[in-house]
Ligand binder design. Sequence first.
Ligand code: ATP
Ligand code: MG
Length: 453
Amino acid sequence: MNSMKSRIHKSLIGMGAITMVVTAVICVISLSGAYIHHVQQDMEVMADILCDDYEQDHDTNLERFSEYNMRITLISPLGDVLYESDANADVMDNHLERPEVIEALEGGTGDAHRESMTLSMDTYYYARLLEDGNILRVSLETESIFSLYTGVFWGLFGVGCLIVLVSVVISALLTRKMMEPVETMAKQLDHVGELSLYKELKPLSEALTSYQKRTSELEKVRQEFTANVSHELKTPLTTISGYAEMMENGMVKDKDVPGCAEKIHKEAGRMLTLIGDILELSRLDEPEMVKDLRPVNLYQVALRCIESAELLAKKHEVNLSLQGESRLVWGEEGMLEELVANLCDNGIRYNKPQGKVTITIREDPKTRGTILEVADTGIGIPEEHQRRIFERFYRVDKGRSRETGGTGLGLAIVKHIVSQHGAQIQMKSALGEGTCISVLFPALPEGIDPENQ
Ligand code: ATP
Ligand code: MG
């Protein structure tokens, strides 16, 4: 895998190298330009002086120009060399084709620059058209720019190497400095929230912190759940094991055997209910649970629940009644039955003798959805417990609930069913007066005709 450090390091070195090369090229170009410009200016000044001298005297003997310490050539309009300070003019070939001469004949002045064979010397020419039609040309031979640079090449190369070396060291230091917060973060994952990091790393550290928090909360919930399940299973199992042991040792008289068996049966039944509830909860917990949703008549569902709760209601001396109208909700019949049954069951169990449980199905005028209301005249829920009763295994009065066979999973299942149906749940309760739990189901999806169901 690519290391971030080496990438930053390489980028910094690359940037340094590019900067160095670009600077060197710009320097060479502008220095060469300045040098040539300087040479040409010198020659123009020289030519000015010579021309003035020539035109004032009109002396055809130009030998006196030799003292100027420069190569001077006088060329006729036909290209013949009339005078040449450095060589014998007679042996020189026709100069009409030379670029500086052509230019001077056309525009009055001309210049040119030619490299010598060895590349080590450059010759600059400057020619000017005189009043009498002749052309005066001065030339200057200098060391070529190329050879000037080769002279300092090793010096420049040395400086370049030094710069590269320094930039490698600096970039290594910079990289380390830049990467420090990232490395600190990786090392101290448990305290990322407390570190002062780059602004850009903040979202990452926040996401990490919240992830850690969520994971530890989940872990806690899981541990609590396991502890609760084990505890809830242990209680009936201890009873069952106790009775069975007594029977095994012949400590139970024949006439007491049916009573013992009934107790074992009851406890085993409790365990089965508990396991069923846990399985149901884990099924409802799955985010991608397969649901068989269709329009369900909630009134009919409530009616069936009341019928099956009749026996329990009689036992608790509670009166059950159903009010309201037939209404369709978009849901799964089995889940809805479980929801109503659980609420109805609580209404009966946590009631007083001669109490009432009233189920009402009606339309919500605001959303046109359906409201299911289960109201009882029971013992009510103390304010401080109201927030928590939807938690798994949470019971207000542990003794009473267990006595009646409750495990504290009923409302947790209700809450899950409610959310699987996109519904909302509300609870109102007054201690000693009663409790009313209402569930608001959303209106049926568009295009479903309630009359035809
Ligand atoms: P389960 O429903 O699994 O058999 P449970 O009835 O104890 O057991 P929940 O239905 O989740 O569990 O209820 C949690 C607790 O909330 C109950 O133990 C009870 O203390 C309280 N509670 C629930 N409904 C009512 C009610 N209608 N009136 C008074 N208290 C209630
Ligand atoms: Mg219950």
